[in-house]
Ligand binder design. Sequence first.
Ligand code: CDM
Ligand code: ATP
Length: 280
Amino acid sequence: MTDLSLAAPAKLNLFLHITGRRSDGYHELQTLFQLIDYADQLHFTARRDGEIVLHTAFAGVAHEDNLIVRAARLLQRRAGDVPGADIRIDKRLPMGGGIGGGSSNAATTLIGLNRLWQLGLKRGELMQLATPLGADIPVFIGGQTAWAEGIGERLTPIETPRLWYLILAPKCHVSTATIFSHKDLTRDTRPIKVAAFSQGGGQNDCEPLVRALYPEVDNALIWLRNFSPHARMSGTGACVFAPFDSESEAHNALAQAPPELPGFVAKGISHSPLFDLGSD
Ligand SMILES: C[C@](O)(CO)[C@H](O)COP(=O)(O)OP(=O)(O)OC[C@H]1O[C@@H](n2ccc(N)nc2=O)[C@H](O)[C@@H]1O
Ligand SMILES: Nc1ncnc2c1ncn2[C@@H]1O[C@H](COP(=O)(O)OP(=O)(O)OP(=O)(O)O)[C@@H](O)[C@H]1O
């Protein structure tokens, strides 16, 4: 019997500027993390023997490399003696899609096991613990749509217009590490203020490079721009998205998508279900 089931929602990077590079190789960036109501679902059950067992197999990802298992072990190391957990996941988010699937799974695991094991760690403590595991994890632990700086971990919650998004997942896998280490990546965008973004400024600095390397992403953006001039890539891709005022407009566009462009429609949300679970 499952003790706790929690969602792990996706994010879109409404824009992504790379403003510099730190001495440890990580990039300084500015982005707006828009949370959406499209999610994986994780199920946690306590064990008695201290083991962490993920029962759902992922193609191409070893058990110990899975961000769910790595997050659970991180918390276990921090907490010491814990009962362990059986974990299952209903996976919907495309892997390597730039919409934060792995990071969100890790965040939900930390919030879920913190509750299941009754550790009482505060949200800020979980965020700090998680940042070395993935720069995108803190925003999911926070559970709020946010403006982000630093390597993506300095977060300021922000209200965004209530929009629907059509997200397309071209059938290619883009490695975040490959894009961030590429010689042709633009790394010197000047920082902007929130107001400049709200007035229509901002772009995704990874987009030109990923489009050049992956024709599937390029074609997806060309197709989507027939419906919206605001179509953009999320993160380091491969997913691209466009905003719509209504759910029906987004579904109407999705219905016309060619077979090589699977996708889904999601609503932008200001708070995820995890927001109510963390304690500050
Ligand atoms: C592209 C974004 O998804 C935008 O939200 C994130 O910046 C990526 O976040 P993430 O997938 O959680 O990234 P990590 O797992 O921490 O790092 C993956 C790879 O991207 C590089 N990386 C990541 C974030 C960042 N600010 N600068 C980087 O250079 C890291 O060096 C690493 O090689
Ligand atoms: N639980 C997990 N879910 C998805 N991918 C995972 C998971 N654990 C490990 N991975 C590995 O991490 C890689 C990146 O996964 P993820 O879905 O987070 O990328 P992404 O969508 O590009 O995310 P981001 O926007 O954070 O860069 C995957 O290709 C996979 O090899």
